[in-house]
Design a protein around this ligand. Structure first.
Ligand code: NAD
Ligand code: UDP
Length: 332
């Protein structure tokens, strides 16, 4: 089976390519390197001892995408390519709508033309906006609070419409909660450009003395210790969720949405304390104002992915904290 992975050199894509190769899928990656490095290919090949084809190109460029389908019999696609920074999407909405929507529409048009109608799409828990209750189920009301989230919701709608137009499609929409951690080898992991926005990369840089102090955004939330609660999922578990989803779309038809989380929520303070304990380091921290737009708590009802895809996250926060720090220490 040959799988096209868009954005396959990025954080989640690279870990998923490792698991695909481990499972003996043939893999072609298209990535424009806008948020990744070509050297990730070598590292994936080192980990797996297997090779794959890399097309350095933009999914927004239809000719490049079409060439891939012309020259290969692609059985299914995993579509990771896109921009993902919430703050940047507020500052540059057109850039986000352009890249995330055009790339997806191009890809789907070419897939339709070549009658490849199996796709796994990277969505996000951000499509739940401010949930009315917890844990979050897939049939909750959807809404967004920033252009990045809106691109995800729009693409979900496009995919649902596509299935209505042609029931031959098989589409798995995966709504990720908070991916963290890295591959055990330390060869691939998360490499945010500049100052990180997300909690785990920020903690890692403070522990590593690249940044001075972690700002904890608010301690007056309606949570166990007042700090924000999220559902952190190890990126290797998340990648294995994609393998289950690919197996499913290859065998079934339809369109459906799945939460990929652990179903457990941890507070910012719990994450920082666990990180300090398992890595035996100190993380300077201070409580500051809430970050605008943040919600108190967000965690998945993860039963649907388990029941239908047979996926369950196994790794706990200790392993997430250990692997995140290990990657950064090895790649200084
Ligand atoms: P990432 O930025 O590390 O990976 C995305 C990859 O896509 C990068 O290698 C980038 O170079 C590439 N890319 C971007 N636009 C492209 C284009 N037009 N053509 C070709 N390549 C392009 O991000 P990630 O964390 O691995 O996320 C992967 C997907 O999962 C994204 O769609 C993201 O929105 C979604 N997601 C991520 C998170 C998260 O917290 N990391 C959470 C929910 C959803
Ligand atoms: N957070 C924090 N300091 C930071 C980054 C994040 O206190 O420097 C908190 C944030 O308020 C939220 C949690 O950590 O409660 C997870 O934030 P992240 O940005 O990683 O994910 P998201 O908000 O998208 O779930």
């Amino acid at each position: 089976m040959k799988i096209l992975v868009t954005g396959g050199l990025g954080y989640i894509g690279s870990h998923t390519v490792v698991e695909l190769l481990n499972d003996n899928y043939e893999v072609i990656v298209i990535d424009n390197l806008s948020n990744s490095k070509e050297s990730v290919k070598d590292n994936i090949e080192k980990i797996t001892n297997k090779e794959f084809e890399l097309v350095i190109g933009d999914v927004c460029n239809k000719d490049i995408v079409e060439d891939i389908f012309k020259n290969n019999k692609i059985d299914a696609v995993i579509h990771f390519a896109g921009y993902k920074a919430v703050g940047e999407s507020v500052a540059k909405p057109l850039m986000y709508y352009h890249n995330n929507l055009f790339s997806t529409i191009n890809l789907l048009e070419v897939m339709e033309k070549y009658e490849c109608r199996r796709i796994v799409f990277s969505s996000s828990a951000t499509v739940y906006g401010k949930p009315e209750s917890l844990p979050i189920k897939e049939d909750f009301k959807l809404s967004t609070t920033n252009p990045y989230g809106t691109t995800k919701l729009m693409i979900e709608d496009i995919l649902r419409d596509l299935y209505v137009s042609n029931n031959d499609w098989s589409i798995a929409i995966l709504r990720y909660f908070n991916p963290v951690g890295a591959h055990k080898s330390g060869l691939i992991g998360e490499d945010p450009n500049g100052i990180p926005n997300n909690l785990m990369p920020y903690i890692v840089k403070v522990a590593n003395k690249e940044l001075e102090c972690l700002s904890i955004f608010g301690d007056d939330y309606d949570t166990k210790d007042g700090t924000g609660v999220r559902d952190y999922i190890h990126v290797v578990d998340l990648s294995l969720g994609h393998i289950k989803a690919i197996e499913y779309v290859l065998k079934n038809k339809g369109v459906d949405e799945y939460n990929l989380g652990t179903g457990k929520g941890y507070s910012v303070l719990e994450m920082v304390k666990t990180f300090e304990k398992v890595n035996n380091v100190n993380v300077n921290k201070k409580i500051v104002e809430r970050r605008p737009g943040d919600i108190d708590a967000c965690y998945a009802d993860s039963r649907k992915a388990k029941e239908i895809l047979g996926f369950e996250a196994k790794k706990g926060i200790e392993e997430m904290c250990l692997d995140s720090y290990n990657y950064v220490k090895k790649n200084l």
